[in-house]
Design a protein around this ligand. Structure first.
Ligand code: ZN
Length: 100
């Protein structure tokens, strides 16, 4: 396989507040909270990486409609994908990255 999946221990608890944040509890008891805007802005998919490389915003930060998370789904045991209110859903946030 050419594609390298970063490995990391999955959280023991995943809490999505669809209007505010994603909160993860790690096996060592540590809690990480990610604001939705920052997760969306750092979306790891190829499209968003390309936009960031060109210095372009990956989503409309000035929209009159606030960004929310419609749905979150675990991807195997290595990460989580979020479907955003702007229709984007291709980014997979790896536990290894979120835990660092
Ligand atoms: Zn993306």
């Amino acid at each position: 396989m050419e594609f390298e999946i970063p490995s990391g221990e999955p959280p023991t608890d995943v809490e999505l507040d669809r209007e505010r944040h994603l909160r993860l509890t790690w096996p060592d008891g540590r809690i990480s909270t990610f604001a939705l805007e920052s997760l969306r802005a750092n979306c790891p998919c190829a499209q968003c990486r390309g936009l960031r490389a060109q210095g372009k915003p990956v989503y409309n930060e000035h929209s009159s409609v606030p960004l929310t998370a419609i749905h979150a789904e675990l991807v195997g045991n290595w990460g989580i994908t979020i479907r955003w209110s702007d229709g984007h859903d291709t980014g997979i946030h790896a536990w290894a990255v979120l835990a660092s």
